[in-house]
Write a protein that binds this ligand. Structure first.
Ligand SMILES: [Zn+2]
Length: 702
């Protein structure tokens, strides 16, 4: 009894220290629901199942209702058909399926009960299968096509819905003659199986390497002492497939032969199995794209993205590669000189296995920044409230903590977002911020309910959740965040805002539906706030002495350290994107003859540095399964993010400028995916896009 009481108490202490302090002040959720009604909106929370049986019964009821809705939809006489009872009805059905999927995903990732998590995962698989089977229903496709073919007069957002749905059917192969379509479907299934095989081979790849203590000179003792590393025979086992093992060696081992051995093993992971699989994948993807009418798989994949086609993505990457030339060369020369001094050999050549080691040396010797020491400035609660104040100010919003009617775990908090000027509720968000057993172990924004127009014309307000794993507070010690945690917090909360502010008529066009090479940009943009002294001074203070702010010199030193290796780091990212495109922007005939190892290694050599001889890094490049022809998107979004951030930088109020904030809310966040994001970005910037802010960030002056 006693021990279970103590455990309960400690869970309570960890999870709800702030809630307990502010509980008396928590507002009533029902008051906001009433306010929402006055503004012709509906503020409704999701109901979460509390038993595995309830997960099953809710899912079964949703599928039954969806089957009935679909049956009624396809049973309509063609004379009765119009936009509302065809395309809008399908969007509403997609919306209710997406909401159920979002709820199940949250439960699967965060429920306290393993049985509930398990049953939510199973239910989600059923839901996905249902969605796939709906995509391939020919009767539904023909019905929608018949409406689209009449070319009804529609509003812009309605037309966008019709265009997207018909485009996605075409992309799935439904527009092909029946025999052709069957081939595409068969190939798609083969593709799915091969893609899974590629990922499994990566997950299963192991490369144990044994070293003597002498061979590992320079590697931190704490690493050598870890139980899985130290062997009974006195040697040390390094797993080249485990990233932190590999980093410990590549950044610290003094002996270059040790680093080279590690690099050789790491860059040959999954080689035997995955080179044949990837070779087949590349050919198969090209063949599917060709049957669907595209010149290459990259053209097919990128069609729905902001870049629109492979040529634009390649041009973007190559231009940045060229733009970074001088900075990249200077950085590699700095590293080479460190090696030359180290070996007392002036003509020493920098090898790929030297880069991590000399980069680490450079950061330690020249840019000594103790990031751990910065934690005292970022106690969790003050940081959260500081971030809230900033978002409320720039977006013209008001957040109010309310008593949550239901929480999936102790300590989960609920806030209502309202427009500051009118007081109209805009939606609600949950915070589930600290780790616990069995919970999702990264940081992410989970939609709970997508917003949309209800049948009676009122707006159903969105609900989202932020699920994170910040260090938990302990008795007598607040949770102290790393600066990188604060960056993550600002980033993830940007996604919350995107979900909260978008006002689309259709689920298809919400803020979460924007193209993949754009979706991260608004959040990446908000990361910049955490590098700004004025912003930091609004909330970051030593928790033991509030008068102590972060010294400007410290902020400058962190920025300088980052910039010292940014050229190399960016070129490396660009090389990944270019390898991905080199494998996927080729027509079928070329794909069949592609030597994928030679092509990939040639890109690495040209853009970064010659790889370790006789290696095949590409076999272990996990993004090629699932993010294929999409890797360029990381840098694409980052360039946009910095371009957008520069509008704040030059404004009178800097990163706290309310006028630019309002423009951001109106032109980017509120419009969601209701218009082309290219247009939204240019409306926000009120000028053509520019790469210069990105180059400034890397440290290249115009
Ligand atoms: Zn993100």
């Amino acid at each position: 009894m006693a021990s279970s009481f103590v455990r309960l108490l400690s869970v309570f202490t960890i999870a709800v220290p702030c809630l307990a302090a502010t509980q008396a002040k928590l507002a009533n959720f029902a008051d906001f629901q009433a306010a929402a009604n006055q503004h012709q909106t509906v503020l409704k929370l999701v109901t979460y199942p509390t038993t595995p049986e309830e997960v099953k019964s809710i899912t079964a009821a949703v599928l039954k209702k969806a089957d009935a809705a679909l049956a009624a939809l396809v049973a309509q006489q063609s004379a009765q058909l119009n936009f509302a009872n065809s395309f809008a009805a399908i969007d509403a059905l997609n919306g209710s399926m997406a909401d159920t999927g979002a709820m199940l995903e949250t439960v699967a990732q965060s429920s306290l009960s393993e049985a509930i998590r398990q049953s939510a995962n199973e239910a989600n698989v059923k839901l996905q299968e249902w969605n796939v089977s709906m995509t391939y229903r020919e009767d539904l496709y023909l019905l929608l096509k018949s409406v689209a073919d009449t070319k009804p007069t529609l509003e812009a957002e309605q037309q966008r819905l019709v265009d997207f749905i018909m485009r996605d059917y075409r992309r799935a192969g439904l527009a092909l003659p029946v025999a052709e379509r069957a081939v595409v479907e068969k190939r798609q299934k083969e593709l799915a199986a091969l893609t899974t095989e590629f990922s499994i081979n990566i997950n299963n790849a192991r490369a144990p390497l044994d070293f003597t203590a002498t061979e590992l000179a320079g590697v931190p003792q704490s690493f050598l002492d870890s139980p899985e590393v130290k062997q009974a025979d006195g040697r040390y086992r390094v797993m080249a497939n485990i990233t932190w093992h590999a980093q410990a060696i590549s950044e610290n081992a003094i002996n270059p032969t040790t680093r080279q051995r590690l690099a050789y093993a790491r860059n040959n992971l999954a080689r035997d199995k995955n080179i044949p699989v990837l070779t087949k994948l590349v050919v198969l993807r090209a063949a599917i794209a060709q049957r669907l009418g595209y010149a290459s798989w990259a053209d097919y994949q990128i069609e729905t993205r902001m870049a629109k086609n492979a040529a634009t993505a390649i041009k973007f990457e190559e231009e940045l590669v060229a733009g970074l030339d001088a900075k990249f060369a200077a950085e590699t020369e700095t590293l080479r000189l460190l090696k030359a001094a180290d070996l007392k050999q002036s003509d020493a050549t920098l090898e790929s296995w030297d880069v991590g080691y000399y980069t680490n040396k450079l950061l330690k010797d020249r840019f000594a920044v103790d990031t751990e020491a910065l934690r005292v400035y970022f106690p969790y609660q003050a940081t959260l409230e500081g971030m809230f104040a900033i978002y409320q100010k720039i977006f013209g919003l008001k957040f109010t903590a309310v008593e949550p009617p239901y929480v999936w775990a102790p300590g989960v908090q609920l806030y209502v977002v309202a427009d500051a000027a009118s007081g109209a509720p805009m939606g609600a968000f949950y915070l589930d911020m600290f780790p616990r057993e069995g919970k999702f172990n990264h940081f992410a924004c989970f939609p709970q309910k997508l917003g949309g127009v209800l049948a009676d014309g009122r707006y159903d307000l969105p609900v989202v959740a932020l699920i994170c794993n910040f260090p938990a507070p302990s008795p007598g010690q607040p949770s102290l965040l790393k600066q990188s945690d604060v960056v993550t917090l600002f980033h993830e909360f940007g996604h919350v805002m995107h979900g909260m502010l978008a006002r689309s008529q259709f689920v298809n066009n919400t803020g979460f539906a924007v193209p993949r090479d754009f979706v991260e940009a608004p959040s990446q943009m908000l990361e910049n706030w955490v590098w700004d002294k004025t912003v930091l001074d609004t909330f970051a203070a030593d928790y033991r002495d509030q008068t102590k702010k972060i010294p400007a010199a410290t902020i400058a030193a962190i920025a300088a350290a980052r910039q010292a290796t940014e050229g190399y780091g960016t070129r490396r990212q660009l090389s990944f994107g270019l390898i991905d495109l080199a494998l996927h922007a080729v027509p079928t005939a070329e794909a069949a003859n592609l030597d994928i190892v030679a092509v990939s290694n040639a890109v690495t050599k040209r853009v970064v540095i010659a790889p370790v001889p006789d290696t095949a890094f590409v076999a272990y490049f996990g993004h090629l399964a699932g993010y294929d022809a999409g890797y360029y998107g990381y840098q694409w979004a980052k360039v946009l993010a910095l371009d957008m951030a520069s509008e704040f930088k030059k404004a009178p109020g800097g990163f706290l400028d309310e006028k630019v904030g309002r423009r951001l809310r109106d032109e980017i966040y509120s419009v969601g995916h209701t218009r082309d994001v290219v247009e939204s970005v240019e409306k926000f910037l009120a000028r053509p896009r520019s790469q210069q802010p990105f180059l400034d960030y890397v440290g290249i002056k115009p």
